[in-house]
Design a protein around this ligand. Structure first.
Ligand SMILES: C[S@@+](CC[C@H](N)C(=O)[O-])C[C@H]1O[C@@H](n2cnc3c(N)ncnc32)[C@H](O)[C@@H]1O
Ligand SMILES: Nc1nc2[nH]cc(C(=O)O)c2c(=O)[nH]1
Ligand code: SF4
Ligand SMILES: [Mg+2]
Length: 257
């Protein structure tokens, strides 16, 4: 599966000898989002994404992907150099990569608790202790006025691919999960409710409201200062869970946090 629009160039330096992943960054921090917020965690961030949210806080995995290829053994060795029991596999979109399965399975064999941060458009069978699913709302679509490149060329593709109810249902049915919606304003709630009702019809697993998290949009403290209280109010009004972006509160938008 291509990882970006220019997949040949992206794949050119892929090593052939062992299973490997294009890694944008690997770092130790506190889980900043969701049910496990505050837990010391190693983050493995793959490069490449099948969507292009205009607000993506990991621009160098989506709009302009950069990476170094790392063998799975190297990744696990670097993870093990930190004293943590939790590993988050994120991106970009980690589930576009076949090798994500092998990495997760090996991490599970080593006894790590694994979380996958995913946009929910791709299902894979792997060792996943928590599927942290962030379905993308219409307000994420990179229309020409919001596109960080300024031309809106990804808008149609993003719009067509961002919600796949079958993939979402497969993830929810297979794994412990949380649904973490990025909220830009009050108008987003209607779409969240529509997605939830379609999903609840499609799953055999119940989705309690406290597995539904509203997360304020914002990549800096200043942006969150403008969004977080309105999103907290929406969580109370509708009975969903609020999640902070603890890493932004603590370290703003510093890399490796
Ligand atoms: C960079 S994404 C990588 C994983 C996957 N592609 C996804 O979107 O879920 C990691 C998390 O950051 C969230 N996120 C990205 N940009 C954001 C922003 N500007 N404000 C709030 N959350 C954001 C995503 O929704 C997701 O929950
Ligand atoms: N501290 C911290 N927590 C996070 N939780 C999810 C993240 C992500 O980018 O997927 C993330 C991140 O980038 N940093
Ligand atoms: S799906 Fe995730 S990584 Fe891809 S553009 Fe959106 S926020 Fe960024
Ligand atoms: Mg992040």
């Amino acid at each position: 599966m291509p990882v970006n629009a220019d997949s040949d160039a992206f794949e050119a330096d892929r090593p052939e000898h062992d299973a490997a992943l294009p890694i944008n960054e690997l770092f130790y921090s506190l889980q900043g989002e969701g049910k496990l917020a505050g837990v010391p965690t190693v983050f493995v961030r793959t490069s490449g994404c099948n969507l292009r949210c205009w607000f993506c806080d990991s621009y160098h995995t989506s709009w302009e992907p950069t990476h170094a290829w790392m063998d799975l053994a190297e990744i696990i060795e670097e993870v093990a150099s930190y004293d943590a029991e939790h590993v988050v596999l994120t991106g970009g979109e980690p589930m576009i990569h076949d090798e994500a399965v092998e990495l997760l399975d090996r991490l599970g064999d080593h006894g790590y608790h694994t979380t996958v941060e995913t946009n929910g458009t791709i299902y894979r069978d792997a060792h996943i202790d928590l599927a942290s699913i962030s379905p993308k709302l219409q307000s994420s679509t990179p229309t020409a006025d919001l596109d960080p490149h300024g031309d809106g060329e990804w808008a149609d593709r993003h719009e067509q691919q961002r919600i796949d109810i079958d993939a979402l249902a497969a993830l929810v049915d297979a794994y412990s999960s949380q649904l973490k919606f990025v909220v830009t304003d009050r108008d987003d709630v209607a779409e969240i409710e529509t997605i939830l009702s379609r999903l609840r019809e499609a799953t055999t697993t119940a989705i309690p409201d406290d597995d539904v998290l509203l997360m304020p949009e914002g990549t800096t403290r200043e942006e969150l200062n403008r969004t977080r209280n309105a999103v907290a109010d929406l969580a109370m009004e509708y009975g969903y869970r609020y999640t902070p972006r603890l890493h932004v509160d603590l370290w703003n938008d510093a890399p490796g946090t």
